[in-house]
Design a protein around this ligand. Structure first.
Ligand code: WQD
Length: 350
């Protein structure tokens, strides 16, 4: 898809969604956002428009499980394709509230597919996850490696991929990309957009950022007895702008009907202690931490083999770990209270 198209982005006010919207707008696409703001603020969309220098075509506050409301959006706009981010994504939280994760992630995806079919929209990019690989031991992980999700979040995403595979098998008009991203972190280089979770961050990078900024006392490292070089969890961190580019490319490059599963990862593993050290370099001060117990649902290591995306798209992530930390730190210092920071460019909070 090279010519500008109309893209509906569910969860477009969220961390990855908002960064992807700036990428789509900057390339001339028309973008419509639907978001229930469970883990995002409307201010994020004002920032998206400031960064992109052009407005969204429309935005709606709704839950994708509300089929009537969602159908009304499709009826009001010439949607060509959908990127589906809306969902719950915290491993730790999913262990504590599994039913909510299955209802939101699986129920939201099936509702969206029904409404897309009703409006004859058959191009979808789905936010999948590396967590489907579970406690794999052989790194890096390729798309055809065994799947063994070990927590409700990962299982909900695995179920969504099963639904998409069955829909594509039964409905040859559908072209779907399931992008299994590893650990998206960082922020838009402008310092206006970044990761601003509501409440206590579940993910390690925003938590480190808030400790570095003095908003929290220390990072608790969830276990230093994992089978990894320094005993702490190893993940494949990928810059959120690289992830945003991957979503745009998935829509713009021609692809045959069917389900296409691709990893989005840097191919480099970083331990929690390694990330804390890298962030300290970006912030210019050490980040205090304590070793604590393992978190239920965690796995030792997840690192991507990104060669399939490179082969299919001629694309690889380009931004390194220091850049991820530097861009995250710029957002953190520019917005001490995230999108609730008064006086930062962009309209006041609604
Ligand atoms: C990373 C590492 C923790 C918090 C994320 C997303 C998920 C999916 C995969 C896209 C682990 C450790 C964490 C803390 C810590 N992405 N940690 N202290 O669990 O890999 O999952 O990436 O689909 O949506 O949530 O990310 O940042 O929670 O954990 O030591 O306070 O940091 O044990 O090793 P995770 P995370």
């Amino acid at each position: 898809m090279s010519q500008p198209r109309t893209i509906l982005v569910t969860g477009g006010a969220g961390f990855i969604g908002s960064h992807t919207c700036t990428e789509l707008l900057a390339r001339g696409h028309d973008v419509i956002v639907v978001d229930n703001h469970h883990n995002s603020l409307p201010e994020a969309l004002h920032r998206v428009e400031s960064v992109a220098g052009r407005p969204l075509a429309a935005s709606y506050v709704l839950d994708v499980r509300d089929r009537d409301a969602l159908s009304g959006v499709f009826a009001s706009h010439p949607v060509d394709a959908v990127i589906h981010f809306a969902g719950r994504k915290a491993v730790g939280e999913s262990v504590r509230m599994p039913a909510e994760y299955y209802d939101t992630n699986v129920g939201g995806t099936t509702a969206l597919l029904e409404v897309m079919s009703e409006h004859r929209v058959h191009r979808l990019v789905f936010s999948s996850s590396c967590s489907l690989y579970g406690a794999a031991t052989r790194m890096p992980l390729a798309e055809d490696d065994p799947l063994a999700p070990v927590n409700p979040y990962a299982r909900s995403k695995w179920m969504c991929e099963q639904v998409l595979a069955d829909v594509c098998a039964h409905r040859p008009e559908f072209t779907v990309h399931a992008l299994r991203y590893f650990n998206p972190v960082g922020a838009h280089p402008s310092g206006l957009l970044g990761e601003d979770p509501l409440g206590v961050p579940d993910n390690v990078m925003p938590y480190i950022a808030q400790v570095a900024a003095g908003l929290r006392e220390h990072v608790t490292v969830f276990g230093d007895d994992w089978p990894t070089p320094d005993g702490t969890g190893v993940r494949d961190y990928i810059h959120v702008m690289d992830v945003a580019e991957g979503h745009r490319i998935a829509l713009e490059r021609p692809a045959p009907p069917g389900l296409h599963v691709l990893n989005l990862g840097s191919g480099r593993g970083t331990s929690v202690l390694g990330l804390i050290e890298a962030y300290g370099r970006a912030a210019g001060r050490p980040v205090p931490y304590r070793i604590g117990p393992r978190r239920p649902g965690d796995v030792p290591e997840l690192v991507a083999d990104g060669s399939a995306a490179a082969a299919v798209w001629g694309w690889r992530p380009t931004r390194d770990l220091d850049r991820m930390c530097e861009d995250s730190w710029r957002f953190q210092t520019n917005n001490p209270r995230g999108y609730r920071t008064p006086g930062v460019p962009g309209p006041a909070l609604a």
